[in-house]
Design a protein around this ligand. Structure first.
Ligand code: ATR
Length: 284
């Protein structure tokens, strides 16, 4: 999709901080949204080295950059440089969207919103559902936050380093006093025997599946058609291949990417995100 922007002295600047950032799809689909509304803005990729993050955040103020998305590896570290943090950021411990209001930087996290909005395309009602989450890294915390807010019944969370699940449970105690009953740490070896039958939704938040030679996290063949399967990686991973073969409802990471970006656009501009325009730009 070819996008044209009229550059002038009024052009506003938005962008994304990441390291690396070359692979990011955000410049294209955010620009499509600005173009849709004829907002005179550009959205640029900024490759920011970890040691330069503080300077880069100061530059947001100095250069009058209107808004920034934040991706790996800066999502957690950027918190200390911002003026205000949203409730989501405080619970999740990571920020993916910054709004600059005359030099006052507010950090938001739209990943939880993006994940839930995408998942609801498959499962409109999440209340009372039982969910299996694979992984307990930064991305999983947004997923856990979103699911708790939606009133799920149980979250079985598996991770190689199981201590991270206990830490998440401890951190989310501030959000719900039922965190200990909702979040159940589970080793990967116990998934097939003891958890799979009682869950409705399976979510992979690990990087496993990105490379073709990755070992599966558990026996994916044990999945049945009644499971809804989401992988937040932006491609049809081996987990999703099995889900498709078994006749499950399934989704890769693109809806989450789309909706987190749409929410960021709304935070920056106050306008409804043109979802179909953004989806088309993302897929092109
Ligand atoms: P992100 O911000 O994308 O969540 P992260 O915080 O580095 O990235 O988390 C990566 C997740 O993938 C973790 O759950 C990690 O498991 P550990 O906490 O045990 O390291 C998981 N992961 C990465 N490679 C893995 C592998 N080969 N097998 C199992 N889990 C893996």
């Amino acid at each position: 999709m070819k996008l044209t922007v009229d550059i002038s002295g009024q052009t506003q600047v938005y962008g994304i901080f990441g390291y690396p950032v070359k692979h990011s799809k955000s410049p294209q689909f955010q620009t499509s949204a600005f173009s849709f509304y004829d907002i005179p803005a550009v959205y640029l990729p900024f490759e920011v080295k970890p040691e330069d993050l503080k300077t880069a955040v100061e530059a947001i103020k100095a250069l009058g950059i209107k808004g920034i998305n934040v991706t790996v590896p800066h999502k957690e570290h950027i918190l200390e440089y911002l003026n205000e943090l949203s409730e989501e950021v405080l619970y999740i411990g990571a920020c993916n969207t910054v709004k600059n209001i005359d030099g006052y930087l507010i950090g938001y996290n739209t990943d939880a919103y993006g994940f839930i909005k995408g998942l609801k395309e498959l499962e409109p009602n999440l209340e009372g559902k039982n969910v299996l989450i694979l992984g307990a890294g930064g991305a999983s915390r947004a997923v856990v936050y979103g699911l708790i807010k939606e009133g799920v019944n149980k979250i079985y969370q598996a991770n190689r380093t199981i201590e991270k699940v206990f830490k998440i449970r401890e951190d989310f105690f501030k959000l719900t006093k039922f965190a200990e009953e909702i979040i159940i740490p589970i080793p990967y070896e116990k998934i097939e025997c003891c958890v799979l039958d009682s869950v409705d939704i399976i979510v992979n938040t690990t990087s496993v599946g990105l490379r073709d030679d990755d070992q599966p996290l558990f026996n994916y063949e044990a999945i049945s058609s009644r499971h809804t399967v989401v992988d937040i990686i932006y491609k049809k991973t081996p987990l999703l291949e099995v889900a498709d073969k078994k006749g499950c409802k399934w989704q890769d990471g693109l809806p989450m990417l789309l909706y987190q970006g749409a929410k960021a656009f709304e935070i920056w501009t106050g306008k409804d995100a043109p979802i179909e325009v953004m989806r088309k730009a993302l897929l092109s």
